[in-house]
Design a binder for this molecule. Structure first.
Ligand SMILES: NC(=O)c1ccc[n+]([C@@H]2O[C@H](COP(=O)([O-])OP(=O)(O)OC[C@H]3O[C@@H](n4cnc5c(N)ncnc54)[C@H](OP(=O)(O)O)[C@@H]3O)[C@@H](O)[C@H]2O)c1
Length: 267
């Protein structure tokens, strides 16, 4: 899998990671969470994205990584309006993840002004590698820009797929200008685009790009924008990891192939 640097000062990371929203709890309920995480690590996945918003996902991920914690780049999120609750939560995740969080993102920008001082101190103390911010709604991108311009974060996480392209207007150019790392969420539109699976004939022009399935076409669509560094498709099924990871190697799509995938997706 190809590696890209997560922003000017970030580490080099394989471009396909693993999201955990809803899917990791489903995998756990099906008794395959540990298999899912092991399979991902074995296939070269390093970035695991989670959040206290995803039910038990943070805890399941920590348990699933177990002694392989050091092989992972753990990205979680602070998600509470209360700085006090944020401190309590942070103490808990530090315990789960061996005293270190590789990337701590402010989820949906909730109370970002209040949380930043605590996060900056934790970074100084070597408990956090990078500080970032996320939002999933275009209506919040004005505020996200404001946070990006403070110079206090070095990464953002935003939605990007053929049906959600608002980040192209200002967010991706600004991230590039500021040298921020960019993680793509919702590469399959939370599965919403998977229902539009095209025919094998429609996918044929993408074969020379190593793409043989619809999920690969969509993941490669996002990663073919060089301003994006890591895509985090989520799955509850260990057998789907290899398929998704295969989209993380070149050759990358040009404008023509991206337009073809957008058309197939109905946009
Ligand atoms: N910060 C935020 O506000 C925010 C918001 C949304 C998401 N996120 C992060 O971004 C991650 C990804 O976004 P997402 O989970 O919303 O959506 P996604 O990754 O776009 O789509 C996940 C869905 O696609 C299905 N899927 C995955 N691989 C597949 C394949 N090869 N073939 C067919 N179906 C496949 C999964 O179902 P199966 O389980 O059946 O495979 C799952 O339902 C999240 O998990 C989370 O970590 C962050």
């Amino acid at each position: 899998m190809e590696k890209r640097r997560l922003g000017t000062n970030g580490p080099e990371l394989p471009v396909v990671g693993l999201g955990t929203s809803k899917t990791l709890e489903i995998a756990d309920d099906n008794g395959v969470a540990e298999d899912l995480i092991d399979t991902a690590l074995d296939q070269g996945v390093v970035v695991f994205d989670t959040s206290p918003m995803y039910g038990r996902a943070e805890e399941i991920l920590a348990r699933g990584l177990g002694s392989r914690r050091g092989e992972a780049f753990v990205a979680t999120k602070i998600w509470t309006p209360s700085p006090e609750e944020g401190r309590r939560w942070f103490a808990q995740v530090l315990e789960w993840y061996g005293g270190y969080i590789d990337l701590l993102q402010i989820h949906n920008l909730v109370a970002w002004r209040e949380h930043l001082p605590m996060l900056e101190q934790a970074k100084e103390e070597g408990k956090i590698g990078m500080i970032g911010a996320t939002h999933w709604q275009a209506a919040a991108f004005g505020e996200l820009e404001e946070v990006m311009r403070t110079g206090r974060i070095s990464q953002i996480q935003v939605p990007y797929n053929p049906g959600e392209r608002e980040v192209e207007e200002r967010i991706l150019p600004l991230a590039e200008e500021l040298g921020l790392g960019v993680i793509l969420m919702r590469p399959l539109a939370a599965g919403g685009l998977m229902g539009r699976e095209p025919t094998a004939e429609d996918l044929e022009p993408l074969e020379e790009f190593g793409v043989t399935t619809w999920s690969q076409a969509l993941i490669k669509w996002g990663l073919s924008d060089p301003r994006c560094h890591v895509s985090i498709p989520a799955t509850s099924k260990p057998e789907r990891i290899a398929e998704n990871v295969a989209a993380g190697s070149g050759p990358w799509f040009g404008p023509e192939e991206r337009a073809h995938v957008s058309r197939l997706a109905g946009f």
